[in-house]
Ligand binder design. Structure first.
Ligand code: URA
Length: 496
């Protein structure tokens, strides 16, 4: 075992130099213990036990994007970051496309840590509020701000302020570091406390006036707002003290709007409720029928309150291809089956063109209840939240366990979240065959509703062609030969 002691928690240069050397010498990840100077490690270990750098035995190469990602990820508080980054570096030497394999557990880890850092830096840029702290002897104004980042992002987050506020002296104090800009140099010293920042000043009145003027009560979306401006930042934002009052007023106005358009309660829900076959609690779920019965009583999230019924998937239990949509729509909610409305029709046509027999596929959704808002007599689709998708992931996992498809097609980002448990950017994932940890192949494409909404006919046609080609791509991922018995059995289940 070789111990490498890095100078500090965000010592990227130290990690990079040692990682390069060790990887070049062929030292496997499990043979290295990464430690940080002065942190619970060996007091005498000031240098690597691997000894001084020797010439590399092999050339190290990484994709262009890797150093930047590693630089960011080292700022994460994840204790495993040095080991995991080294393991990825190690694997990159023999698995050239590793960084593209978005379902690989190491890459999922890497991307999620990178995303957390980018988000933290974004919050720092958005929520740092400077207070005036007198003038410097050279006549420049001094400003100080207190900020509490989630990760150790001071060094990568503060250069932005150097560019933005080049003409003033400023300091950003965090619990672990203080960044200072004097017009020439950006330097870092020990952290501080909120008391290092002078009391409220006149600039904060300006922030409050500005915030109140841009706050639109008719468009307030609390979940989006708290996700953009998480509550942990509120205590350091002067304008945040206005939020409760503004929200209170917004609610009254919103309620008024809803009352004006309220419609009858969903009667179908009562009818369906009396029809529910309830599986005894804790009964073992051995078939899709059992699963449907158990899910019919699902109260895992509040969506069951307004929907008529739980809409589980549809198709043979031995299907090799599973298609996952977002959630049942208005017609599916009534019929109790997925993809029977307009999006379903488009899907059927596209499947036909792609040479896929829908009767042999298992079609389902990431979320099993219809989420909507009423407008007059109409029920308008509402996108499920990440939490709703994740909670409903229980049923989707059960469907996967019982069907065991070889290939899954995720229609849109919500479906992909349901399968992967992480949010993705569709354009980065579509059009490729990904391999999941359990070996299942995944193809991500757009949702048919997106195609229905495209206003430009030419564009819609091109997008539909692409959609068909991506369905066909998924079909190519099916293993070419399947034992005849299984297909016969499947047909029996499907068509009899
Ligand atoms: N849209 C979906 O995502 N699923 C359906 O079942 C219907 C429309």
């Amino acid at each position: 075992m070789q111990t490498v002691v890095l100078a500090h928690e965000t010592d990227f240069d130290g990690w990079r130099a040692e990682a390069r050397r060790l990887c070049g010498q062929g030292v496997a990840p499990e043979m290295i213990s990464w430690q940080v100077e002065g942190k619970g490690g060996d007091l005498f270990a000031g240098v690597s036990e691997a000894g001084p750098a020797k010439g590399s035995v092999r050339e190290i190469s990484v994709p262009k994007s890797f150093p930047g990602i590693a630089r960011a990820v080292i700022c994460h508080r994840d204790e495993e970051r040095f080991d995991r980054l080294y393991r990825i570096l190690w694997r990159l030497q023999t698995e050239k496309n590793l960084i593209e394999r978005k379902a690989d557990p190491d890459i999922v880890w890497l991307r999620s840590r990178e995303k957390a850092i980018r988000r933290d830096v974004h919050k720092m840029h958005a929520f740092v509020r400077f207070r005036k702290a007198g003038d410097a002897p050279d006549g420049r104004e001094n400003f100080v701000s207190w900020f509490e980042p989630t990760h150790r992002i001071e060094e990568i987050g503060t250069p932005f302020f150097k560019r933005r506020f080049a003409n003033m002296n400023w300091a950003i104090v965090t619990p672990e570091k203080t960044a200072r800009w004097d017009g020439k140099t950006l330097s870092f010293g020990p952290g501080g406390s909120k008391r290092d920042v002078p009391p409220e000043d006149v600039m904060e009145e300006g922030w409050k006036t500005y915030f109140a003027s841009i706050f639109n009560p008719a468009r307030v979306k609390i979940s989006a707002m708290t996700s953009e401006m998480p509550k942990k930042y509120w205590k350091n934002l002067p304008e945040a003290e206005l939020i409760p009052e503004l929200l209170e007023q917004a609610e009254t106005r919103a309620r008024q709007m809803v009352e004006d358009s309220i419609t009858e309660a969903n009667r179908l829900a009562d009818v369906v409720a009396t029809r529910r076959e309830v599986l005894p609690q804790n009964a073992e779920i051995r078939s899709l029928e059992d699963l449907k019965s158990a899910a019919s009583n699902c109260v895992r999230c509040p969506l069951y309150c307004d929907a008529s019924q739980t809409v589980m998937g549809d198709g043979p239990s031995g299907a090799r291809l599973m298609i996952v949509g977002e959630q049942p729509g208005d017609q599916e909610d009534i019929a109790g089956r997925p993809f029977v409305g307009p999006a379903g029709q488009l899907l059927n046509e596209a499947l036909l063109k792609a040479g896929i027999d829908r009767r042999r596929t298992y079609v389902t959704n990431a979320v099993k209840h219809f989420k909507f808002m009423t407008r007059g007599k109409r029920r308008i689709h509402q996108s499920p939240t990440v939490r709703e998708i994740d909670v409903c992931g229980h049923w989707l996992s059960e469907e996967r366990r019982l069907v065991q498809p070889d290939v899954i097609i995720a229609l849109g980002a919500s479906a992909a979240r349901g399968i992967l448990g992480q949010s993705i950017t569709l354009k980065d994932w579509r059009g490729e065959i990904h391999e999941l940890v359990d070996g299942t192949k995944l193809v991500v494409t757009v949702h048919p509703s997106y195609l229905l909404r495209l206003p430009d006919a030419q564009r819609a046609e091109a997008e539909q062609r692409l959609f068909v080609s991506e369905l066909a791509l998924a079909a190519t991922a099916l293993k070419p030969v399947k034992p005849v018995e299984k297909l016969a059995h499947q047909a029996e289940l499907t068509f009899d």
